[in-house]
Design a protein. Structure first.
Length: 133
């Protein structure tokens, strides 16, 4: 067997030994929401400070209390209270919290686009960016 044939065989074996990479997490849901007035207070009426808590309260208001804003989209996950409780710990802003949180403070509302990543109903990451429009 020639030198180049051995190199090709070794290269092929190396590639095969790598196997298939772990599946990247998929976009499992996405929605637009308006974060405003009623979302800035928790269910007991206390003010919410952290942006991710406001995002979670928005879904509480939509699913538990039926208080959606006109431009709020539905979502397939957060009707489940256990999944809703994971919003704040998994949430992160694509462009940084200061921009989104500052918009809430300055204008009293913010239109956002929320992307939920994971596999099936197992969420791994919630990314929030400014909504278009």
């Amino acid at each position: 067997m020639g030198r180049f044939a051995r190199i090709w065989i070794m290269l092929a074996l190396c590639v095969l030994s790598l196997g298939t990479p772990a599946k990247a997490h998929d976009l499992i849901a996405a929605y637009h929401a308006v974060l405003a007035d009623v979302d800035l207070l928790n269910s007991s009426g206390a003010p919410l400070v952290h942006f991710c808590d406001v995002l979670q309260q928005d879904r509480v208001n939509v699913h538990r209390f039926g208080r959606a804003h006109e431009l709020d989209d539905g979502d397939p996950l957060f009707g489940d209270a256990e999944l809703r409780a994971l919003i704040a710990p998994m949430c992160r802003a694509a462009g940084g919290f200061p921009v989104l949180a500052d918009g809430l403070r300055r204008f009293g509302s913010k239109y956002v686009y929320v992307q939920i990543y994971g596999h099936e109903r197992q969420m791994s990451d919630i990314v929030v960016s400014e909504g278009a429009g």
